[in-house]
Design a protein around this ligand. Structure first.
Ligand SMILES: [Fe+2]
Ligand SMILES: [Fe+2]
Length: 255
């Protein structure tokens, strides 16, 4: 095998796989510009470009059959099960808060604090996560989810929170939060709900007893009491953030 054989084979296999997928899907799946940006490319899937590759194709405008099927009227728990890439960290934080005897608002805030990361996007995950849940939870919960992102960078030893060693590992010891994070922290520090957000940080732990059992079922009742599930299904309602849930449900609709 010469040096050039392997890449050709791989690209041939990729083409075959793509053909196969197209046949299976019948509709061509496109990617959003954000997916390309995340790969370091300023590019987009255009209809003209896609037709050059797949003449006469029609584009996916609904569910992606490669993803787990969502029920007709999805609930928050359905998103946990079928769209969140991981929920161990969320369940661990919420379990920690539950065991510490915190109220249901704090437990729910812990359960939802990183949904931005696990379902959507890392950058500014506190803001995205808060916006997603805002229409459905008590204002204190979404406020705490938004601000935990900033508070995580600032210790409050009296509240039992020191700067996380994990952040030094993740970002290096020379990382300093940007001015908008510092300003958010300063606003939050004097806010009446400061402690709710601070308690997210306290329970936001990366290391956890590996033998501890965590189960989404333990939180179904708390979610039921504190998250206003829309009758039409989460994402199929007309709340200001319904489109974000729909996007998660149908991430590659053409429009
Ligand atoms: Fe977070
Ligand atoms: Fe977290």
């Amino acid at each position: 095998m010469n040096e050039h054989t392997k890449p050709q084979n791989i690209s041939h296999q990729a083409d075959e796989l793509e053909e196969h997928m197209m046949h299976e899907l019948e509709r061509v799946v496109t990617k959003s510009t954000l997916h390309y940006l995340a790969e370091g490319k300023v590019e987009m899937d255009t209809s003209v470009g896609m037709w050059a590759k797949h003449p006469g194709a029609v584009f996916n405008m609904g569910p992606d059959p490669r993803l787990p099927k969502m029920p007709e009227k999805p609930t928050l728990i359905d998103y946990f099960r079928h769209r969140f890439a991981s929920h161990a960290h969320l369940l661990q934080s919420a379990t920690h808060a539950l065991k510490a005897g915190h109220n249901e608002k704090v437990i729910l805030a812990c359960l939802l604090h990183d949904i931005g990361v696990v379902s959507f996007i890392r950058c500014d995950h506190g803001y995205w996560g808060a916006q997603m849940i805002e229409p459905y939870v008590d204002e204190e919960v979404s406020w705490a989810v938004r601000t935990h992102q900033a508070l995580r960078f600032f210790p409050d030893e009296a509240a039992g929170y020191k700067y996380p060693d994990m952040y030094i590992k993740l970002f290096g010891d020379d990382y300093r939060p940007e001015p908008y994070i510092v300003a958010e922290y300063e606003r939050a520090r004097n806010h009446k709900w400061y402690m709710t957000s601070r308690l997210i940080c306290v329970n936001d732990i990366y290391s956890f007893d590996p033998n501890a059992k965590v189960n989404l079922d333990d939180f179904v009742d708390i979610v039921g009491r504190n998250f206003r599930q829309p009758e039409e299904g989460l994402g199929l309602d007309d709340s200001p953030s319904a489109h974000m849930w729909r996007t998660m449900m149908w991430p590659n609709r053409f429009l």
